[in-house]
Design a protein around this ligand. Structure first.
Ligand SMILES: O=C(O)CCC(=O)C(=O)O
Length: 325
């Protein structure tokens, strides 16, 4: 009899736990609607209910967090918890995804690049994210840090009103290098970004340099402009990003793409490239990314934002609907 009671109690606990977990994940797929910058709406299907259940289960996430909120905040909690998992480098992507990724030497048949090709690692196929190993030379890294050293200020973000503001979403020091530093002193680096991406650098921004100290970060954001005032002020939008690591980081500081469930560990000299816009000009919301907290050491990066202007023949635009690739 006693054994029977224990068994019943055990079954009840399992039932309670699975119901609780299912409810906690109920709205993962249904409530996730994202507004695009042209006002149209996209469903985010990248996190479905079964994935949510599996990840909650696998990582033993605290389901009780939801108890007082009728489970309505499941997506939010899930996102926050999952972001932390990515920041710890504690997530393995499914084998169906990683088995399709390749590493290769990139040279486009260019005579110079044939003898010194770029070392490319595909991080994601769709959308394309490429990791370039040993891209920035040591001498260039020293130069960039030297130019930036006395110019660094508290980093800012763009507010809802389209103004640059200091915000808790971003903690670091940063600056833009000057025209001469970017175009003359770092001509070789700019040239290699043009060669590797096959995009024009004519309208690209000057190099931005960022330094994160212990505990500093940049919360998830998109690099493309959304505020009409900012788009007008900047003339054309940021079609692509080339982000370079100027240091290793002792602990933390990963670059995370939460919607794609991937993270990149900073590696001195490496660069990552991705498109921010679809070829129809709309922002690609999958490219949401952030910089995790640096938990030990200092992280240096430099970013080259590439603009739409001048890419008409390099990456012709299309009239495909949003999300069309
Ligand atoms: O520091 C990083 O890893 C990402 C930086 C970033 O997203 C940015 O500066 O826009």
């Amino acid at each position: 009899m006693k054994i029977l009671l224990v068994l019943m109690e055990f079954e009840f606990l399992i039932l309670f736990f699975s119901l609780h977990m299912e409810s906690a994940c109920e709205d993962m797929n249904t409530n996730e609607t994202i507004k695009a910058n042209n006002g149209s709406e996209m469903k985010n299907s990248s996190v479905d209910r079964n994935d949510c259940l599996r990840i909650f289960e696998k990582y033993g996430l605290d389901l009780n967090i939801q108890e007082n909120s009728n489970f309505s905040g499941c997506s939010e909690t899930f996102r926050e918890e999952f972001y932390k998992i990515l920041c710890r480098g504690d997530y393995e992507r499914p084998v169906e995804i990683i088995s399709k990724l390749r590493c290769y030497f990139q040279h486009y048949g260019h005579p110079f690049l044939t003898i010194a090709p770029f070392k490319v690692e595909e991080i994601s196929k769709d959308p394309v994210i490429l990791l370039y190993h040993d891209f920035v030379f040591e001498a260039e890294i020293e130069k960039i840090k030297y130019f930036a050293e006395n110019k660094m200020n508290v980093s800012q973000t763009i507010s809802k009103d389209g103004e640059a503001v200091v915000s808790p979403a971003r903690k670091s020091k940063s600056c833009f290098l000057s025209n001469v530093e970017s175009k003359t002193e770092l001509k070789g680096l700019t040239r290699r970004i043009a060669d590797s991406t096959t995009l024009s650098m004519d309208s690209s921004e000057y190099f931005q340099v960022v330094r994160y100290e212990n505990g500093e970060y940049y919360r998830p954001h998109h690099d493309f402009f959304t505020h009409p005032k900012v788009i007008r002020r900047n003339k054309s939008n940021r079609i692509a990003t080339f982000l370079m690591y100027l240091s290793d980081v002792q602990e933390g500081g990963y670059t995370v793409f939460p919607k794609l469930r991937l993270y990149v560990k900073p590696q001195k000299g490496a660069g990552i490239f991705w498109y921010n816009l679809f070829d129809n000009g709309h922002g690609d919301l999958r490219m949401l990314h952030g910089a995790c907290d640096v938990t030990s050491g200092t992280k240096w990066i430099s970013t080259k934002w590439i603009r739409e202007e001048g890419q008409e023949f390099k990456r012709p635009c299309s009239r495909r609907p949003i999300g069309g690739v």
